[in-house]
Structures are given as C-alpha cells and as structure tokens.
Design a binder for this molecule. Sequence first.
Ligand code: FES
Length: 482
Amino acid sequence: MDRFLTLTRAARLVGVPRGALQKRIKTGELATFEGLVRSDDLLRLYPEARLEDNSVFERFARIKDEAYTRRVRERVLPDASVLAARVTALSREQAELRAQLSRYRSLVDVLEQRLRERASGADAAAAELHAWLRRELRAGAPAVAPLAVEDGVLRIIAAHVRVQPSGHEFFVEGNESILAAALRTGLALPYGCTDGSCGRCRARVVAGDVRAVDGGADASRPEGRDGVRLCLHTAVTDVVLESPEARGPADIERQHLVGWVRSMKRVAEDVMLLGLQTAPANRLRFLAGQSVTLALGERLIRDYPIASCPCEEGGLQFHVRRGTDAFSAHLFDGLRYGDVVSVVGPEGRFVLRAESANPVLFLAWDTGFAPVKGLIEQAMALDAAEAMHLWWGVRTEGGHYLHNLCRAWADAFDNFTYTPAVPSGAPGPGVRKWLASLGTEAAALAAYDAYVAGPAWFLEAVAPELIARGLAPSQLYAGVVD
Ligand code: FES
C-alpha cells in the first residue's frame, strides 16, 4: 500500500541524509505533496531499500557513530513499558484497519451479488462491471510494501516528534528524554538545567503521549497547564509539541556560568584542546559557532569561539593556540585539571542558517577551524544540507590538528568532502583551485552558503574569491578568529 511519509522519516527509512532527498525534490526526481513523499516514489529511487536489506538501521547507526567516535550515546531499545505502549498503539491501529477492511469486504460481496443478479437480467453495463470486479478480485491483494513494514518497525523502536511552529522533526531513541533527542538533532529548544529544576524546557504537548523518563529527578511531580518538562519526559507515541525554538543569536540570553577544566590535550606543538565542564544543572545554552569570554581570575580574560556543538553532550571545547598573550601562556604553562574558569556568553552571529538546504562551503584558517567544527557537527546533526565541503588551511605541515576527525567525516558521510591545504603564500590561489575541483561554476556557487573563519587577513583574501565565482554576498558568513 502506498504511504505518505515526512522527509525526515523517509530519509531515515532509506538511510540517506535529508539533504539528498531535498536535492532530488529540487531536481524534480521526487514529488512532494504538502511536504510529504510517497513510499512508492521512494522505492523507485532507492530500490535497494528493501526488507532483504535489513541493514538500514545498522547503516544509519554506523554512519553516525563513525563520525562521532567519542560520543557516548545510549543506543538501546526503549524500556518495556514504552515498548508495550507503542505495540499497543500499533495493534489498535491494525485492529481498526482490519475492522474497516472487513466492512469493505462485506460491501464488495454484496455489490458483486447485486451486479451478478442484474447481469443475469441482460443488463449489459452491469455485466461489464461485474466481469471487471471479478477480474480485480481474482488478481488478489497487492504485494506488501517493504517500506511500510520498516516504517512499522521504526515506529516501535523510535518515536517521531514534530515541533510547532518551526515544523522541525526528530526521533526519540532508547530511553532518552525529548530534550536530549532534540539537542542531539541540532535543534535549539529552550532549556537550562536539564534536570527538571528550572522549568525552561516546558512545552505543550499538542498530540501524542509522553511519560517520565525512568529515574528522572522530580519526574513524578504533576505537570501543569504550562506543559511538560522535556528534559524529564520521553515520547511514548509519535508526538507534536509546541515549543519556541531559538531562531538566531538574539533568542539566546547572555549567561554567566562557572566551569571546571576537564581536559587539556596538546594536539600540536602550540595548539591545545581545552575542555570545560559546567554544572549539569547549569549548561551553557548557545548556537554552534558562537563565542564566549573565558576568565581565569580577574586578570586573565579572553574571548574564544566554542568548538563543540550544542548537539554534543560533554561540555565545551576550545582550540587554543599559544600566543604572546598572558591567557594562552597560562593555559599552556600553569593551568591544571579542575581549575575554575568563568564563562560569559554566548556572543556572535557566526551561526548556521539552519533553515537553508543549500550546499555548504566551510573555509577555515588554523584555529578558525574551531567554530567551523561546531557548525559542521550541527549541520550533520540537522541532516539538512545537500552537500558540505571543508577547506582547511594551515601554515605548516602537520598543522591540521584534527585531521583524523575531518577524514572520518569524509569517510562516513557521502555528502562531505575535506581538503586540507598548506599554502606557502596567500590562500587565494589554493581556494580558487579547490572551488574549481568541486565543479562549482559561477552559476552553481550562487546556490551555496559559505562559512569562513580565521584571521581578518584570511577573510579578506578569501571572500573576493568566493564572490568572484558567483557566491551571493548575503550567503557569505564570516567569523574572525585571531
Ligand atoms: S527543567 Fe530545566 S531544562 Fe528542563
């Protein structure tokens, strides 16, 4: 039976990024009906997505896990009561369909009998209709659509959530909370503590059933008319929520937090990955690509872009190059695990245009890779970009301090390419060559978004190259990282 599927569900079922489906919609290969696609059309484009190939879910999990090798994620089935509720809902739906089918079958039997009676009375039209009906009935039931079966499995192992008014969608897996699932998917829902105490994540459940996540603090407290706390609840069935997502930096308030040094990793002679942990009940709310001010005591203060994505659990990451300033000198020579660091922010407008499905160019110079890393991780979590291409320039061989991570992305995602570069002079010629290698003719580049991060001289060198090849200046986003 032909079915209509949302783009997110369809992408998940056939194991491709949403961007790949959007590209096929753009080229006219895949039709949409009020934002939905037909399962038959999907099977025509992805004939390999059949039940015999039951690796769809494994493939999906592998791709995500390969790209986020350090991510510790619970990837288990929901607990027994949630599973039971989902199976019950599906059984009810199936019983209703059976009852309907049985009713239609009786009607067809009566119709067939009436037509037979009229046909025997020399009614030619009735005879023709009767013959046609018998032929159709003899043809039997249509084959079971494999995607419909997989969709049923998906509805048991993961609940689908749609957020109003943004229309964004995501899946809640295992026993994770709805908030955790939304953040993992790159959505900027409001939240504060993540443990049920601040109430900022409250959202109205428009449709569907939710229930407290096992062991959630204070989960037993009844939820009021203001909605449920998403950090304490998981989705039992498919759910529609009403929640005000942050649409841009202006929607995120400035915060003052205290963090602790959780990790310090020298990844190059003079580059350190600094990991800060804030209290679980006081996580920084930010958009990927934004910066914060870090303060060690009252005198050592400096702004740094955040290199992690809000879609990742596990604190904040910064890429610090040793400079002549006192802050970085202290980081390399005096900082210890557990030291207290004040965090104020976030700031900055160098954020992902999440609503755009355009292919994306990322260009970074040296530690300008830090905010770009956050943007790439968010773009991957959102799964919306049709294609992503990263050009990362450094001055010396071996300077791509997270080279393996970039290669892992390129290996795991069909729509991601990575080009490391070590230009000896100005980066312009190298960038020009790279753009040519992507096959981006001027007209094609007009349909791209480009994010460029690095020192001011790099931005000044690269922006004209992109615009000369057709990139619209309004689709060029720049972040200065000194
Ligand atoms: S109650 Fe604070 S984030 Fe949910």
